[in-house]
Design a protein around this ligand. Structure first.
Ligand SMILES: NC(=O)c1ccc[n+]([C@@H]2O[C@H](COP(=O)([O-])OP(=O)(O)OC[C@H]3O[C@@H](n4cnc5c(N)ncnc54)[C@H](OP(=O)(O)O)[C@@H]3O)[C@@H](O)[C@H]2O)c1
Length: 269
């Protein structure tokens, strides 16, 4: 397993298990950060219209010279754009200077989600997206969607970390063939000084961040840590030369404290 390792999604598309998150990287910085990331081996970039950095990322992709088919680019439909989903995707593609994205996600389960999901399937048919999926969907939102559509999302991108171990959601998604992508896997830095995490990290001669990333991968999820720093981009991809033992995985599972560093989508009816 290494940075080029991919997991197969339910439509046959393969997604690199580790990608770069880009929230809070503004458009001015995005070109440099993404060029750095592509230069050291990242091939999977996660963005969204609302991050405001698609243009910078597009420039980096172009400059990098990495063949398009080696890349896996995700962007997302913002909540205000559900009345023109095709137009919103085309707008993102224009900024990214791409003909298609590898994954287009509905950013949140808005009230019109089930209708919108039907339109999102058109994006696959018309070649604008290789795959479509959802984000911030709970089991309730997914059950409702699946009761209305035979078309199963390939991915559900949700907040997921050692400190927010959503076991039930993970098992539910597995049973339906939906790949979980873990966002905020580093708890946005909040738990990196937790002494019990540091103890495990020291044992493997790895950093706390590397243990949190590896924990996600060993649970067979995709992980998208964000960093602007070249040093930390390298650190975050250096997670393929060690294996957390079953015993330590159990210990880490037990660190769960239902900690959300973003928001709880359960509140969306
Ligand atoms: N679908 C959604 O609704 C949604 C919501 C939130 C996030 N996401 C996606 O998921 C990605 C990741 O989540 P996130 O950005 O919220 O949080 P995260 O990846 O858990 O944490 C990022 C923070 O950790 C720091 N950091 C990164 N690597 C580190 C390391 N090795 N050691 C110490 N600190 C480190 C970063 O600072 P530096 O940059 O200074 O290194 C940044 O402050 C986002 O960027 C975005 O692409 C999606």
């Amino acid at each position: 397993m290494d940075i080029s390792t991919r997991l197969q999604l339910n439509n046959g598309t393969k997604i690199p298990v580790l990608g770069l998150g880009t929230w809070k990287i503004d458009d001015g910085d995005a070109e440099k950060v993404v060029l750095d990331a592509l230069g050291i081996g990242y091939r999977h970039i996660d963005t969204a219209k609302i991050y405001g950095n698609e243009k910078g990322i597009g420039k980096a992709i172009k400059k990098s010279g990495v063949p398009r088919k080696e890349l896996f680019i995700t962007t997302k439909l913002w909540n205000d754009d559900h009345d023109d989903i095709i137009g919103a995707c085309e707008e993102s593609l224009k900024k990214l200077q791409l003909d298609y994205v590898d994954l287009y996600l509905m950013h949140s389960p808005t009230p019109v989600r089930n209708e919108s999901w039907k339109t999102m399937q058109q994006l696959v048919k018309n070649g604008k997206a290789k795959t479509v999926g959802v984000s911030n969907f709970t089991i309730r939102h997914l059950n409702e969607l699946l009761s209305k559509s035979k078309f199963v999302p390939a991915v559900n991108q949700v907040e997921f970390s050692t400190y927010l171990y959503q076991k039930e959601l993970l098992e539910f998604c597995k049973s339906k063939g939906i790949q979980i992508e873990a966002y905020s896997p580093l708890t946005r830095g909040r738990k990196l000084n937790d002494s019990k995490l540091i103890m495990i990290a020291d044992k493997y001669n790895k950093s706390p961040a590397q243990v949190l990333i590896r924990w996600v991968i060993q649970h067979a999820m995709v992980v998208i840590p964000k960093s602007k720093s070249r040093e930390r981009l390298e650190e975050n991809m250096d997670v393929f030369d060690f294996n957390i033992s079953q015993e330590d995985m159990k210990k880490l599972d037990g660190f769960n404290e239902n900690l959300r560093v973003t928001w709880d989508p359960e509140g969306i009816e």
